[in-house]
Write a protein of this length. Structure first.
Length: 176
């Protein structure tokens, strides 16, 4: 089979960051409570006064998402197709082989991701990146790096701020 070609009966499952599959009870992989990392068996909850996301939390969510990806793949693919792709015959074996035991190495190659931005905001960010002598990707990467060092915000504050941002973008469009 050529690269990129899909085996008959094989369902490729790629979870996007906002994909609810990793929180779908059908795909959450059972982990003994005493062995589960924070975020491994369900969504992390906001707690006032907490610090930045920990490595344990990040690994727990990463394991939950990878486990859900594998569980969904095994639920929706024919056994022969999984075998053809080099996957073991059972989900348990796949989990034992493919669930990460640690976060990706710091020097691992970057992962490609995709985000949607309002066009006007994109134009302004590209202009800012140009003024600062870098490209848009470097600007966004640095913003996310800074965000990673901060404590998560209260979800209610995030919803309110997002609505304010969208209103600001719409109003700015009307006055620009």
């Amino acid at each position: 089979m050529a690269d990129g070609e899909r085996a008959k009966g094989y369902r490729k499952v790629q979870l996007k960051p906002g994909d609810p599959t990793s929180l779908d009870p059908r795909y959450i992989v059972a982990v003994p409570d005493d062995a589960a990392l924070p975020g491994e068996t369900g969504a992390l909850a906001y707690e006032p006064g907490r610090g930045p996301v920990t490595d344990e939390e990040a690994l727990g969510v990463l394991r939950r998402r990878k486990g859900a990806q594998l569980a969904r793949m095994y639920a929706e693919s024919a056994p022969q197709a999984l075998e053809h792709r080099g996957l073991p015959p059972t989900l348990d074996e796949a989990l034992a082989r493919h669930l990460p035991a640690e976060l990706p190495a710091r020097d691992k190659a970057k992962e490609v991701t995709s985000i949607s931005l309002p066009p006007r905001l994109m134009a302004r960010l590209v202009a800012r990146a140009e003024i600062e002598g870098r490209n848009l990707n470097a600007l966004i990467e640095m913003m996310l790096w800074r965000l990673d060092h901060e404590a998560p915000l209260d979800p209610e504050d995030v919803r309110r701020e997002y609505a304010e941002m969208m209103d600001d973008l719409k109003n700015r469009q009307a006055t620009d």
